[in-house]
Ligand binder design. Structure first.
Ligand code: NAD
Length: 263
């Protein structure tokens, strides 16, 4: 028996990076998983790889923009059709587009707050609606960040959006407790994923970095564990948050930052 055997889970942003690692770790520990992402080709490819390893009956997938409530609802319906119910929902999809504070546009703000903030709230609401209808309770797990605890240079809307994720986690924990739904989150530090390719490009475009990888190297010196994380460093905690071992936790964000921030 795995730590999440028989649980029906959805992970958004599962085409790559942290989300893919979370989803595959859940499968390893016995869950059934809906891989969800806005990138339709990639999510199909990743789900197919996992179907081969874990079997058709434990894997489904959905192309979804987390800011589109109708698409989110369809993703949940697909999961319920495939696995019979929904037990665990990871709101993990996120975006970052660094920009100098004084140059931040409404477009940049709305894009980042939309995916990271509104996307998280819609994901929580629709997952909770399903769990309430089932009468089973459930677990909602949000991806925050070290940027949800303090500001960083050139990423003001990202930090604001991740502070919002913490706030939604706490508020959701309060409002959904009566339905036996827990809401938790985890806050990675610097994790080597594809996200950093875009971040590096944007930092170079605004003159805040000279070459790819520079920002990550600079962060490394601030990490007590002496290196940036890989997605594999994150999944012990995420599987724990999806398992019954964490049933008494709600409203909390677990920091997984190698000791980068001590707040
Ligand atoms: P990533 O860019 O590698 O993967 C993010 C995935 O989300 C992509 O597959 C992308 O297609 C998908 N996505 C983007 N917008 C979407 C939308 N509107 N609807 C559905 N899917 C969408 O990023 P990652 O590094 O794996 O980050 C995952 C989460 O972890 C994000 O919330 C991010 O903010 C957070 N995080 C990352 C780091 C890090 O250093 N990598 C640190 C702290 C927090």
């Amino acid at each position: 028996m795995g730590r999440v055997s028989g649980r029906s889970c959805i992970v958004t942003g599962a085409a790559q990076g942290i989300g893919r690692a979370i989803a595959e770790a859940l499968l390893e520990e016995g869950a059934s998983v809906c891989f969800a992402d806005i990138n339709g080709d990639k999510i199909t490819e990743v789900a197919d790889v996992n179907r081969k390893t874990f079997g058709e009956s434990r894997v489904t997938h959905a192309q979804v923009d987390v800011t589109d409530r109708t698409a989110v609802r369809a993703m949940i319906d697909r999961t319920v059709t495939s696995f019979g119910r929904l037990d665990v929902k990871f709101n993990n999809a996120g975006v970052n587009r660094p920009m100098n504070f004084m140059d931040v546009t409404e477009e940049n703000w709305n894009f980042i707050m939309g995916v990271n903030g509104l996307g998280c709230m819609i994901g929580m609401q629709e997952a909770a609606r399903q769990m309430i209808a089932q009468g089973t309770g459930g677990k909602i797990i949000n991806t925050a960040s070290i940027a949800s605890r303090q500001g960083f240079d050139n990423v003001a809307p990202y930090c604001a959006s991740k502070f919002a994720v913490v706030s939604l986690t706490q508020s959701g924990a309060r409002d959904l407790a009566k339905h036996d739904i827990t809401v938790t989150g985890f806050a990675p530090g610097v994790v080597a994923t594809e996200m950093w390719e875009q971040v590096d490009q944007d930092l170079m475009a605004i003159g805040a970095s000279e070459r790819p990888g520079q920002a990550m190297e600079e962060f490394s010196s601030e990490i007590l564990r002496g290196r940036v994380a890989t997605p594999q460093d994150i999944i012990g905690t995420t599987t724990f948050l999806a398992a019954s071992e964490s049933d008494y936790m709600t409203g909390q964000i677990v920091m997984i930052d190698g000791g980068m921030t001590l707040v």
